[in-house]
Design a protein. Structure first.
Ligand code: ATP
Ligand code: MG
Length: 221
C-alpha cells in the first residue's frame, strides 16, 4: 500500500525542524555534492522566498526525479565517504517543514532540469504528482540566471512560506531574525568546512552575499 501523498506530506511537515536546521539539511546536500560555494538568499518582500544555490555536481532528469522521492535512498545501503545524507528524506522534509512549494532546479552536462512539489497541487490531485518544469516555468524561478552561470549546480527554492509568516505582522523584520539564527547555526555546524580544516575541502557559504565566518564550538565558553 503506497502512502497517500497529501497525507504523508502534511504529516512529515510536523517533523521537528526549525528554520536553521532545515537550511542546514539543504546545505548538507550541497556539501555532499562537492560544492565549493553555497549561496543562501532570503527575500522577504512581495512573494517571499528562501533560495539555496550551490555549484556542486548537479543532477540530471532521472537524478532529480529520484531526489524528489520521499525515501530516495535506502538508509541501510552503504554511502560514499563524505556523503552526509542518511535517510533519503532531508531535501523534502526539511523544505516542506518551512514552505508549501519546493522547487529544485539543477544544471548538469549543459542541461537544466526543474521539478516541483506543490502541496496545493498535490492536494487537488490526491496523488504523487511531481511537476516537471518546462523552460517557461524555469525562467520564472528566482536566481535561475545565477545558476546558469555555473557549469554545474543546484538551486533549491522555498516559496509559499506559510510556516515562517504565520502570525507575524512584520514579515520583513522577522525574516532578519530568522537570518541571524540561520547564520549562527551554520557557522557552528559547518565550521570545519568554512575554515577548510586540514583534510576537509573548504566550502564558502554566503547569506544574502555576506560570507559566513566559522565559529568553533570548542572556543565557546
Ligand atoms: N544540492 C544537491 N546536489 C546534488 N544532488 C543532490 C542535492 N540535493 C539532493 N541531492 C540528491 O538527492 C538525494 C536526496 O536528498 P535528501 O536530502 O532527500 O536525502 P539524503 O541526503 O540522501 O539523506 P538525508 O535524509 O539524511 O538528508 C541525495 O541523496 C542526492 O543524491
Ligand atoms: Mg540530505
Amino acid at each position: 500500500m503506497p502512502p497517500n501523498a497529501p497525507v504523508l506530506m502534511e504529516a512529515t511537515r510536523a517533523i521537528g525542524y526549525s528554520i536553521e536546521t532545515a537550511v542546514a539539511d539543504i546545505v548538507d546536500n550541497s556539501v555532499t555534492a562537492n560544492a565549493t560555494q553555497v549561496h543562501i538568499m532570503f527575500f522577504p518582500v512581495g512573494n517571499p522566498y528562501v533560495a539555496i544555490m550551490d555549484n556542486g555536481d548537479g543532477m540530471n532528469k532521472d537524478e532529480i526525479k529520484n531526489a524528489m522521492r520521499y525515501g530516495s535512498k535506502n538508509p541501510l545501503d552503504a554511502r560514499a565517504l563524505g556523503d552526509l545524507g542518511r535517510f533519503g528524506l532531508g531535501l523534502k522534509t526539511a523544505s516542506m517543514s518551512q514552505c508549501r512549494r519546493l522547487t529544485v532546479i539543477s544544471k548538469k552536462c549543459d542541461e537544466i532540469i526543474g521539478a516541483q512539489w506543490d502541496l496545493d497541487f498535490i492536494e487537488s490531485t490526491n496523488d504523487w504528482s511531481l511537476k516537471l518544469l518546462n523552460s517557461d516555468d524555469v525562467a520564472d524561478i528566482p536566481h535561475i540566471g545565477q545558476l546558469k552561470e555555473n557549469n554545474t549546480g543546484t538551486l533549491v527554492v522555498w516559496q509559499a512560506l506559510d510556516r515562517l509568516s504565520l502570525g507575524e505582522l512584520n514579515f520583513d523584520q522577522i525574516m532578519g531574525k530568522y537570518m541571524d539564527r540561520v547564520r549562527e547555526h551554520l557557522s557552528l555546524v559547518f565550521h570545519r568546512y568554512l575554515s577548510g580544516e586540514q583534510g576537509i575541502k573548504k566550502v564558502e557559504i554566503l547569506m544574502n552575499n555576506v560570507r559566513l565566518e566559522p565559529i568553533d564550538p570548542f572556543f565557546i565558553g
